[in-house]
Design a protein around this ligand. Structure first.
Ligand SMILES: N[C@@H](CCC(=O)N[C@@H](CS)C(=O)NCC(=O)O)C(=O)O
Length: 206
């Protein structure tokens, strides 16, 4: 039996839960991290020495890093659907996953933590405003990519969409004024209709 460790309000855990549900996989999940703690003690610390979530365990195979887990499940159970088979298409999908970690996450962290996990009086509004401005520029790149496409790779959901859409959903909820992001908005709504998204992500932000 596959096991996904991690609290389900973590964007990184949500990636793995979403793709597992899209693939119809059977798994169990255990809460660790955040208010559940237990990341720095066994058995979790033996699985993931970084003290962060998620961790995926399948038989004796242990994997951490959320995008690596997402790629592993796509390649193992979703070749030709969630993982493109052509080398160049695969690289194209893969780079959007890297883009989420390297380019989207840096501005989403102040927005999400500022609005969701910081009391109103303590918010650094200058930092949030600068992050929103950067977010509008960065998501403008995705806006162009989505011109004429339902999903990042074309007509169906792939591994490329999953990490980016979880952050894009948060941006859409938290930043009300998003001029010029019409393709982006429509794509978030399309992702929102998928099974895994509805099961794990389409919830109040906490
Ligand atoms: N690069 C790692 C980052 C993992 C990470 O930072 N996870 C956060 C939750 S999104 C975490 O574990 N925070 C501490 C906690 O929840 O206790 C990945 O993508 O898996």
């Amino acid at each position: 039996m596959m096991k996904i460790w991690g609290r389900s309000n973590s964007a990184n855990v949500q990636k793995v839960l979403w793709i597992a549900d899209e693939l119809g996989l059977d798994y169990e999940r255990e809460d660790v991290g955040g208010s559940f703690g237990r990341t720095k003690e066994p058995p979790y610390s033996d699985l993931n020495p970084n003290a962060v979530v998620p961790t995926l365990v399948e038989d004796d195979f242990v994997l951490w890093e959320s995008n690596a887990c997402t790629r592993y499940l796509a390649n193992t159970y979703g070749k030709g659907t969630l993982a493109p088979t052509d080398g160049r298409a695969y690289a194209d999908a893969d780079r959007w996953m890297d883009w989420q970690q390297t380019t989207v996450l840096p501005f989403m962290t102040p927005i999400f933590w500022g609005y969701v996990r910081t009391a109103e009086d303590d918010r650094d509004m200058a930092a949030i405003t600068a992050a929103v401005e950067r977010g509008m520029q960065v998501f403008g790149v995705l806006e162009k990519r989505l011109e004429g496409r339902d999903f990042i790779m074309g007509d169906h959901l792939t591994m490329a969409d999953i990490p980016v859409a979880i952050q894009a959903f948060r941006f859409k909820i938290l930043v009300k004024d998003r001029p010029g992001l019409e393709n982006f908005d429509a794509w978030v709504e399309r992702c929102r209709q998928t099974t895994g998204f509805q099961n794990w992500i389409d919830k109040p932000l906490t």
